[in-house]
Design a protein around this ligand. Structure first.
Ligand code: GDP
Length: 205
C-alpha cells in the first residue's frame, strides 16, 4: 500500500487523558498499544508511522500515567496506553494505572483490537499475562509484537516466536504474534497491514 494511503502515515496527536471521565467520545474504531515500560512501544508506534520521533513522546514524568490518543487520518484512532511494570512504582500509581487502563479496556466499545508489545527476549512476564487476562473476556482482536527482535540471533528469534505462538494459542486461538524490530524494520510493514485491515473491517461493520 502506498504511504499516502496508510492510516498510520496520517498519525496526529489528539488528546491526553489522565482520568477515565476525560475519555473522548467513541466516534472512530480504536487500536490500543500496551506494554511494559521500556519495551519499545513508542519506538514501535513511530516505526509504524514512519517517523523518527513524534514530538509528543517527551519523557516528562506526568505523561507516564496518561492514555494518549492519536488520530489515524479519519479511519481510526491509535491509543497509547501508559507503560506498566516499573519495579519501584508506588502502590498508589499502580492503582491509578489499573483504574485508568483496566477501566478503558473493560468498557471501551470503540476498541477493536489491542497490540501488546513484549520483549522478544523475555515475553509473557507476569504483568504481561495479567494484561492478557484482562483482555480475554472482551474478545477483542489481539496482536503480540515481540519487540527488539534485532537483539536475538536468527535461531533464537524463531524459537521465541514458536514459544510465544504456543503460549498465545492456549489463551486466544485467534491471536497473532510477530517478531518486531523498530531498529531493523522486521515486522513493521506486516503489522501495519494487519492493523489497517482491522480498522477497515471495523469501518465496514
Ligand atoms: P517505551 O518505554 O516502551 O515507549 O520504549 P521506547 O520506545 O522509548 O524504547 C526504550 C528503549 O529501547 C530505547 O532506548 C530504544 O532506543 C530501545 N529500543 C526500542 N525499540 C528497539 C528495537 O527495535 N531494537 C533495539 N535494539 N532497541 C530498541
Amino acid at each position: 500500500m502506498p504511504e499516502s494511503e496508510s492510516a498510520f502515515a496520517a498519525l496526529q496527536f489528539l488528546t491526553s487523558v489522565g482520568q477515565p471521565e476525560q475519555l473522548p467520545a467513541e466516534s472512530l474504531p480504536e487500536l490500543a498499544f500496551a506494554g511494559r515500560s521500556n519495551v519499545g512501544k513508542s519506538s514501535a508506534i513511530n516505526a509504524l508511522a514512519r517517523r523518527r520521533r513524534l514530538a509528543f513522546f517527551s519523557r516528562t514524568p506526568g505523561r507516564t500515567q496518561t492514555i494518549n490518543f492519536f488520530e489515524l487520518g479519519g479511519r481510526g484512532r491509535l491509543v497509547d496506553l501508559p507503560g506498566y511494570g516499573y519495579a519501584r512504582a508506588p502502590r498508589s500509581q499502580r492503582e491509578q494505572w489499573e483504574r485508568l487502563v483496566g477501566g478503558y479496556l473493560a468498557a471501551r466499545r470503540a476498541l477493536v483490537g489491542v497490540v501488546v508489545l513484549m520483549d522478544a527476549r523475555r515475553p509473557f512476564m507476569p504483568l504481561d499475562a495479567q494484561l492478557l487476562d484482562w483482555l480475554r473476556p472482551a474478545q477483542r482482536r489481539l496482536l503480540v509484537l515481540l519487540s527488539k527482535a534485532d537483539k536475538l540471533s536468527r535461531a533464537d528469534r524463531a524459537a521465541q516466536l514458536r514459544s510465544a505462538c504456543a503460549q498465545l494459542a492456549r489463551r486466544d486461538p485467534e491471536a497473532r504474534a510477530m517478531l518486531f524490530s523498530s531498529e531493523s524494520g522486521e515486522g513493521v510493514a506486516e503489522a501495519r497491514t494487519l492493523l489497517e485491515g482491522w480498522l477497515r473491517a471495523a469501518g465496514e461493520e
